[in-house]
Design a binder for this molecule. Structure first.
Ligand SMILES: Nc1ncnc2c1ncn2[C@@H]1O[C@H](COP(=O)(O)OP(=O)(O)OP(=O)(O)O)[C@@H](O)[C@H]1O
Ligand SMILES: [Mg+2]
Length: 253
């Protein structure tokens, strides 16, 4: 379990400041959710933590160690993207060669037997049908691609998991099941997780704490109860409005 600390983290693009002096501490083992409207900087924030892009200002620490100059691979974080970056030329799964599901295990030089066992574990957990094994990503539906991407991310135990709307394109039932798998993976691996979603209800039901993000800033960070009881700004109040009555019943009565 890792403690993630970011201080004054800032990233600008030519037209705007995508992440604007964000300071945050995520506790070891916490499931931390970021919710906010499109374009507010959620993906950019995750990419900074993963090391896929470099901040203009500020620092990132894992367990107190500054990781600013540590490569993404050596940060040992697993990022699950909204538009899952599967390897287009590889099959979903292949016992003999490289495949999407076994790739992280192969490059970490796990033995053949262990690879098979770990792949089969995630296949069963996520209910990925065997008929998909021989297909390449171009032959899968969006939901199937997301399941494979989630499976691939979970084959090697990660210490930090960054979820970028991994369930966005799933139908409600698959979404509910996959949500359980996300939580189970988080707990089983004792991971510290950052989870981005547009769906406030999903964020409030999964998150130990939630950040409401707007225009590159975290306008409020707190437990769902705290945010609903005392919205910090008019934006948070209106953003959470439709959930106020539901959650008042659940939390306060
Ligand atoms: N490589 C880039 N070059 C220029 N601008 C970018 C780049 N990446 C992101 N941006 C801009 O930075 C802002 C934040 O983008 P980001 O992808 O982090 O938003 P987001 O909150 O993840 O949105 P969504 O919910 O739509 O995925 C957006 O206005 C986006 O247009
Ligand atoms: Mg995004």
């Amino acid at each position: 379990m890792k403690r993630i600390t970011v201080s004054s983290l800032t990233k600008s693009f030519p037209d705007e400041v995508a992440v604007d002096h964000v300071t945050l501490e995520v506790n070891p083992g916490e499931f931390f959710v970021i919710v906010g409207p499109t374009g507010c900087g959620k993906t950019t924030f995750l990419k900074l933590v993963a090391g896929l892009i470099k901040q203009d200002e500020g620092n990132i620490y894992f367990d107190g160690e500054n990781v600013n100059d540590i490569s993404p691979a050596r940060r040992r974080v697993r990022m699950i993207f909204e538009n899952n970056a599967l390897y287009p030329h590889l099959k979903v799964h292949d016992d003999r060669g490289y495949s999407n599901l076994n790739f992280p295990l192969k490059i970490q030089k796990y033995g053949v037997g262990l690879i098979k066992k770990k792949v089969m574990e995630v296949v069963h957990r996520l209910g990925i049908p065997a008929k998909l094994f021989n297909r390449k990503p171009g032959e899968l539906s969006e939901g199937q691609k997301q399941q494979v991407a989630l499976g691939r991310a979970l084959t090697v135990p990660p210490e930090v998991i960054l979820f970028d709307e991994p369930l966005r394109d799933l139908d409600p039932q698959t979404r509910e099941e996959s949500r359980k798998e996300v939580m189970r993976a988080h707990r089983d691996y004792d991971a510290t997780s950052l989870y981005v979603t547009h769906d406030l209800a999903e964020g409030f039901s999964l998150g130990d704490r939630v950040a409401i993000m707007k225009e590159g800033k975290f306008v409020q960070v707190g437990t769902p109860e705290e945010i609903l009881q005392e919205p910090a700004t008019a934006f948070v109040r209106s953003f959470t409005e439709s959930y106020q009555s539901v959650y008042r019943e659940a939390f306060l009565e």
